[in-house]
Ligand binder design. Structure first.
Ligand code: C5J
Length: 229
């Protein structure tokens, strides 16, 4: 079992029981004119996560790892949008309003989709979630259990919101989570740091924090071994 350098201690990766979970790498959060920008954020701050996540995604696909994507968003009729969520943050445009990439955070709109650089391949489950957590009101838990997944390698945005919420939910459900520092991003540098520290503090109270290169190397080594065998 490859040991991945991580904090607070090494993560024993079991590729046959692991999945790559890529959270909300949507145009609405990463591109100008979307929901993230409507809240006053500089969406350029998230883009450093794309290149390492893309390399990891390629390695995961090549090694046969389960890959799952999530998207935050709502039904076109907004029936699943809590009134409190709609007004929260006093955005210049609210969820459901028309922006430069269609209606903000609404399923089926261009802005709701995943960025082209990380677009899901055929057969990779895409979880549409109305909340910040990837397990709330979704079938993610069912899909993971049907595939025998026990470990999650976590990427995505934003570190302190949907990544943190999803990792906490996963941890409570018994999944071991390795969050990759270079593959998660925040609009706020201080929240990036604290969001990761919260996960790995107290002996890894919610999980582990590592880097994508270590996981890529382990996946490539396992793949090469299988090809030789
Ligand atoms: C936010 C997310 N920040 N995906 N969503 O509203 O983190």
């Amino acid at each position: 079992m490859p040991l991945i350098d991580a904090q607070p201690y090494q993560f024993a990766l079991a590729p046959s029981e692991a999945a790559l979970l890529i959270i909300d790498m949507q145009r609405d959060f990463l591109e100008p004119g979307g929901f993230g920008e409507s809240l006053g954020n500089d969406v350029g701050l998230l883009r450093c996560t794309i290149a390492p996540t893309r390399r990891l995604l390629a390695a995961a696909r090549a090694s046969g790892l389960t890959v799952i994507h999530t998207r935050e968003g709502h039904r076109p009729d907004l029936a699943d949008l809590a009134p409190a969520k709609k007004v929260r943050g006093k955005p210049s445009l609210a969820i459901g309003d028309v922006g430069a990439m269609g209606r903000l955070l609404v399923r089926g709109e261009p802005g709701h989709d995943i960025i082209p650089e990380l677009y899901p391949a055929a057969g990779e489950p895409v979880i549409d979630k109305p909340g910040k957590g990837a397990f709330y009101a979704t079938d993610l838990d069912t899909i993971l259990r049907h595939r025998g997944v026990k470990q999650l390698i976590v990427c995505g945005v934003t570190t302190e919101v949907c990544v943190n919420t999803s990792v906490r939910e996963a941890n409570d459900r018994g999944f071991d989570c390795l969050v990759l520092e270079d593959c998660v991003g925040s609009y706020f540098p201080e929240f990036q740091e604290m969001g990761l520290r919260m996960i790995k503090a107290q002996g890894g109270i919610f999980g582990w924090v590592g880097q994508s290169d270590a996981v890529i190397a382990a996946l490539r080594a396992g793949h090469a071994e299988r090809r030789v065998a």
